[in-house]
Ligand binder design. Structure first.
Ligand SMILES: [Zn+2]
Length: 135
């Protein structure tokens, strides 16, 4: 029997630009044209001031490890243990993700460690994951 696949997000009209970006190897955020607030997740108005004049831009892909838990129970598409992390992007917004390319242990996952985005394709969608940055 085939392994059950990892659950995947489904693009909506509000998030299509984000998923088009991950397919192109870009992390795309939105910024308010009125107050310059950068935000995530995608939405058609600024969460800080309510303006609907917002622009899409390519983020640097740099982030720091803000918080995480190490998950030990099996979940379809994941091999435990694995970290469920929140990273803080260089532009300010925080994003829930996984950390790849290092052991999933408290010794390897140091809060505030520098990370960079990497994209992994699952079926018809590319997910933004993070890996320790070369320093
Ligand atoms: Zn705003």
């Amino acid at each position: 029997m085939a392994e059950p696949a990892r659950a995947r997000p489904k693009p909506t009209p509000e998030t299509q630009h984000f998923w088009d970006g991950t397919q192109a190897g870009e992390l795309r955020l939105q910024r308010c044209d009125a107050c310059a607030h950068a935000y995530f997740p995608p939405r058609p108005f600024c969460p800080a001031c309510g303006s609907r004049k917002v622009s899409i831009f390519k983020a640097s892909g740099k982030a720091r490890l803000y918080s995480y838990v190490i998950h030990h129970r099996p979940v379809p598409g994941f091999t435990p243990p694995y970290a469920i992390a929140v990273v803080e992007l260089e532009e300010g917004p925080r994003m829930m993700t996984n950390i790849v390319g290092c052991p999933q242990t408290p010794e390897a996952l140091i809060l505030d460690m520098p990370l960079e985005v990497t994209f992994q394709t699952f079926g018809d969608i590319a997910l933004p994951l993070f890996t320790p940055a070369e320093v």
